[in-house]
Design a protein around this ligand. Structure first.
Ligand SMILES: *Cc1c(COP(=O)(O)O)cnc(C)c1O
Length: 395
């Protein structure tokens, strides 16, 4: 049976062009960029070239690009690094962020509160999971160490007004971080026009390898390194450079920028079909996240009285790989922090489904999915966990 992958927000396959760019750096040009000899120089040149490529797309200086191992690490370095440095400088110890952030941000903030003596104000979001600039304006003050608001939400696809939020932060002299890990696959990441001081990226969300990330750090932004050791990455991130992954990161980002319009034009009509057909054909269904101001490849839904995890299992058995907003895989499932914060009633929030498309999605995939989904939702409605359990006992 052909499996159909509709989970590009979770990860993407490595583009063959990216893989080709990476391959020589595993065993031919294997030098350590920190070595003095020719092997080292060759590897260093590759890292420098990758950094320049990334800088040209972010519209920043090469020495403002810090290579990391993933989006989560970039978020960790940005939040912990900037919070500690800001407090040292000014005594500010408040973090402003939202519960709709990826856990790489929200759990890092929770750790700063529990173990480092920081305080957090969780910013309110609207019914689409968006942070409004006025909310930031009201909460920000001289004691704010850092504001962190994601560019695009991974679970529900909604976009935040990053430019407007960044302007408010700057007017108050407060640093602004944005998690652009999900956004970068489709939205421009020009840090000058966005106005972010810190911006996180992860390669595997845009056809690059897992294990490669980057953090943009605006020149002059004080940051305490969270990984210490050798002086790599301008002293901000110790560890021997992973040359093939850095090369892969840069090539994936370069291709994403070059092909952005093309990719949007391809996935968006397919996504529109999914949004329209699901609402029309499945009773008691709704879109989660904003209907228009959302990532072009992203469709997400809530179905009333459906166990989202059960629906995923039925979809998988039918050959479709999708995702739910619910964090739990087994046991008593709880709706995710994101869905809970949208104000969805529990009987809706438990039945979430995320369908995310990519360059490998075909119209035939979408047809097959739309043909199958309504009956599976119906089946899931008739079968709750208790029934399943009874069935297993009978067998
Ligand atoms: C995937 C993702 C992350 C984590 O990135 P990794 O590279 O998987 O560590 C962080 N934030 C958002 C919004 C994401 O979508």
């Amino acid at each position: 049976m052909d499996r159909i992958y509709l989970d590009y927000a979770a990860t993407t396959p490595v583009d063959p062009r990216v893989l080709n760019a990476m391959l020589p750096f595993f065993s031919e040009m294997f030098g350590n960029p920190s070595s003095v000899h020719r092997y080292g120089q060759q590897a260093e040149a590759a890292v420098d070239f990758a950094r320049e490529t990334v800088a040209s797309i972010l519209n920043c200086r090469p020495d403002e690009v810090i290579f990391t191992s993933c989006g989560s690490e970039s978020d960790n370095l940005a939040l912990r690094g900037a919070a500690l440095a800001a407090r040292e400088k000014t005594g500010a110890n408040w973090m402003l962020t939202a519960r709709t952030e990826h856990h790489a941000v929200s759990r890092t903030v929770e750790q700063l509160v529990e173990h480092y003596g920081f305080a957090v104000e969780w910013l309110e979001v609207d019914e689409y999971g968006r942070v409004h600039p006025e909310t930031v304006e009201k909460a920000i003050c001289h004691a704010t160490a850092l504001v962190s608001v994601m560019y695009a939400n991974n679970e529900i696809g909604s976009l935040n007004p990053i430019k407007e939020i960044a302007e408010i932060c700057h007017r108050h002299g407060v640093l602004f971080h944005t998690d652009a890990v999900q956004a970068a696959a489709y939205l421009p990441v020009d840090v000058q026009s966005l106005g972010a001081d810190l911006l996180s990226l992860g390669a595997h969300k845009f056809y690059g390898p897992k294990g490669a990330g980057a953090l943009y750090v605006r020149k002059g932004t004080p940051l305490v390194p969270t990984q210490t050791g050798g002086g790599q990455e301008f002293g901000l991130r110790a560890g021997t450079h992973s040359v093939p992954y850095i090369v892969g990161f840069a090539e994936a980002l370069r291709l994403t920028a070059a092909e952005r319009e093309q990719r949007i034009a391809y996935v968006k009509p397919l996504r529109e079909r999914i949004l329209g057909a699901v609402l029309e054909e499945i009773p008691d269904s709704r879109i989660t996240g904003h209907p228009e101001s959302r990532l072009p490849n992203h469709a997400s839904f809530a179905f009333k009285d459906v166990d989202g995890n059960l629906l995923l299992t039925l979809l998988d058995a039918a050959g479709f790989a999708c995702s739910s907003g619910s964090a739990c895989k087994t046991g008593n499932p709880e709706p995710s922090d994101v869905l809970t914060n949208l104000g969805l009633p529990r009987d809706w929030a438990l039945g979430s489904l995320r369908v995310t498309l990519g360059i490998g999605t075909t119209p035939a995939h979408v047809d097959a999915f739309l043909k199958t989904l309504p009956s599976l939702v119906q089946q899931a409605r008739g079968l709750n966990r208790r029934h399943l359990h009874l069935l297993q006992v009978q067998v």
